[in-house]
Ligand binder design. Structure first.
Ligand SMILES: [Zn+2]
Length: 222
């Protein structure tokens, strides 16, 4: 691509750093922006605003433009004693769009993935345990993705949260195993939340195995 000017070349390189964008797509996008300068300006403004104005909520780590709490944490009408733990802000958005959950959230910022070098310390797990100890929710719904890594993360959370004496539940397996919450339909997520299952205690399950494999229905209210 030596034939492009330095500025276009730089743009192409920046675009290829985005997830799912290869060199050819980046080249096409860059040339499109060159041909549509007004659109390029609007895109640049949006990118700058995201970089400068978006923060993490200090309570739940959701994305927000507020300096303090996000809109969900600041909403006194939501159930303050119901906590749903998700991996990413997009999972929170997916659950919100299901329209049946009216509690609070805690965003982990990912899931434990040893092969990718993501350990528990890279996530907001410590802050979650602190929250559960101080806010004393009556129920914590663990809504990590139905993947191996999501299950590993859930098992790790159970180990840490169980001694806090909180009622722990997991989404029902309405969501297709191996998928992520964001691609589940709102209807699937709604029933996965309604049919959530109590997680058996470590001692009752006789060890670590199959802690999330069943349990009685919670019948908890949303
Ligand atoms: Zn928040």
């Amino acid at each position: 691509m030596a034939q492009y000017s330095e500025a276009i070349q730089r743009l192409i390189e920046q675009l290829t750093r985005l997830p799912g964008i290869g060199t050819r797509t980046a080249e096409r996008l860059a040339l499109h922006l060159v041909n549509h300068p007004e659109q390029a300006r609007q895109l640049a403004d949006s990118v700058r605003q995201v970089g400068e104005q978006i923060r993490r909520c200090r309570r739940c780590y959701n994305l927000t433009e507020s300096h303090d709490l996000c809109g969900i944490c600041a909403d006194a009408g939501r159930d303050q004693r119901l906590l749903c733990v998700v991996e990413q802000p997009r999972d929170l958005v997916a659950i919100e769009s299901a329209g049946v959950y009216r509690g609070l959230y805690h965003v982990l910022g990912g899931r434990i993935a040893p092969l990718d070098g993501v350990g528990p310390e890279a996530l907001t797990i410590e802050a979650l345990v602190r929250r559960v100890r101080t806010e004393r929710p009556r129920e914590v719904i663990i809504a990590t993705s139905p993947t191996t890594e999501g299950d590993t993360t859930a098992a790790y959370l159970v180990q840490l949260l169980e001694p806090c004496g909180v009622h722990l539940t997991r989404l029902a397996r309405g969501v297709v195993p191996g998928s992520t919450l964001e691609i589940a339909t709102p209807e699937m997520l709604a029933s996965a939340i309604r049919d959530r299952r109590a997680i058996e205690s470590v001692s009752a399950a006789g060890g670590k195995k199959k802690r999330d494999a069943g349990g009685e229905e919670t019948g908890g209210s949303l």
